[in-house]
Design a protein around this ligand. Sequence first.
Ligand code: FAD
Ligand code: NAI
Length: 487
Amino acid sequence: WSLFKGVVKFGTVAFIGYGGYAMYEHRHPVAQAEVDPTKKTIVVLGSGWASTSFLKAVDTDEYNVVVVSPRNYFLFTPLLPSCTVGTVDVRSLVEPIRFITRHKSRDVKVYEAECTDIDPDNKVITIVDNSDVKGTKAQSTINYDYLVIGVGAQNQTFGIKGVQEYGCFLKEVWDAQKIRSRLMDCIETAGFPGQAPEEVERLLHMVVVGGGPSGIEYAAELHDFLIDDLTTWYPDLVGKLKITLVEALPNVLPAFSKQLIDYTESTFKEQNITIHTKTMVKEVREKEIVVQRPDGKQDTIPFGLLVWATGNTSRPLIRDLMAKFPESQTVRRGLAVDDWLRLEGSESIFALGDATATKYAPTAQVAAQQGKYLARLFHQMSTRDELESQIAAGSAEDRAKKERKLQKAKDIKPFEYSHQGSLCYVGSDKAIADLPFGPGNLASGGVATYAFWRSAYISNLFSGRNRALVITDWLKKTAMGRDISRE
Ligand code: FAD
Ligand code: NAI
């Protein structure tokens, strides 16, 4: 027993000591080496999954690195739907990009700006400060030796009229904040004295378009908010707030296995979330959507809040770049890259994540693995360049040794994706998981899967700081409920 107590004591002291040291080290990064003009410069576009994973792994002893992104932080998107109702705070999901770059061995320049043009002939990009506060100079150019494009994608609207004006997207921090604020506004407006019953019904109708994982997770979070909190603070709402999900295909979550699709649809039914499948939104008006029903007839559905989650399309920057390579960039979905993530048609541009059109789904898992792979590839390229510059020097034996090393450095393996499984929250503390298992697949759904979902997301968060904040948010929500103030 005393041995056990001794081990526990030692473990606690070691844990606190290590945690304290990690925190100290995080807040007191050591001085960095200066930018070295003799080294090649990699310009990285974006601070999302792909670029951040690249930045974490790239060796700044070997290259000068410059980051350009209109947002100065990384966002952990898998928990973004939780922010729309206040289960998790948005600040818990973001990681300032300088928390990463400041810990690199060499100074990494970070510019909060949008890249608006890429000139592949002259290896130069144009950047613009598109934030609210601008100085006298808000446009500049940066030269690169290598360009890494990780700008992601933008929301797909299929050019449907009214989506941009009246719909809310779910991609960025400000989208989640807008949804949260609009939801509370709809609820408070519905309670305005003398509001007509049909207007109350419209204001309390929350419509989600798109039955992919984003739409499903948002509807699930909204349901939990309604059951756990809104019915307590707005007893008049009971039975009045309705959630409807509209999906063009015959079922939701087409990428998941059949039994999990059925499980999700039956869970939604139990939660009183209506799903309209084979129903295509044709137009969005200020207070209603126009849909085409499975029988081909058009109908309208009034809404108070509309969340639009119908997937991705390429950003204008990517479309412009593709137009500069008419021979090799012919896939409309995004940038075509080879198996080494090199842009088809260019030797010095690499692209990864949602900005590309590959055989993989546009997910964080793929983007993060590509980022890590690309950093390894750059390391091998640096080793190769170094050996090539030295190969002529030394004795014959030395040269043979270097030649063997050079051959190894030139043998760069192509990118291979390792799928870790797909997870989706479906509400009422239940989640679904499609996990690779041996040669097949393991499909599971329920409360135990939700515990797995939580632990998987906690372990995938980018930093210990984010982990501590998200766990605190979850505990806060359980103990005190969600906040219903309209910010
Ligand atoms: P992003 O992460 O979108 O990053 C793009 C970056 O580029 C951003 O920093 C942006 O500011 C910057 N940028 C944009 N334009 C420019 C420009 N012109 N110049 C410079 N920088 C620019 N995937 C999963 O695998 N699991 C999940 O559970 C999951 N959940 C999700 C939940 C939601 C709500 C959403 C929206 C997506 C989810 N995804 C999930 C998908 C995942 O987020 C994307 O696949 C992933 O973000 C793609 O990474 P990326 O780096 O290519 O793009
Ligand atoms: P998605 O592309 O997965 O799904 C969009 C859905 O909208 C499709 O089912 C489509 O049929 C439907 N749709 C399109 N137009 C429509 C219309 N006019 N009317 C009605 N329905 C319409 O998009 P989503 O959910 O935004 O996801 C994007 C990417 O992010 C995917 O690769 C997804 O796997 C990933 N993601 C993963 C998550 C997870 O693993 N938990 C969570 C969220 C996103």
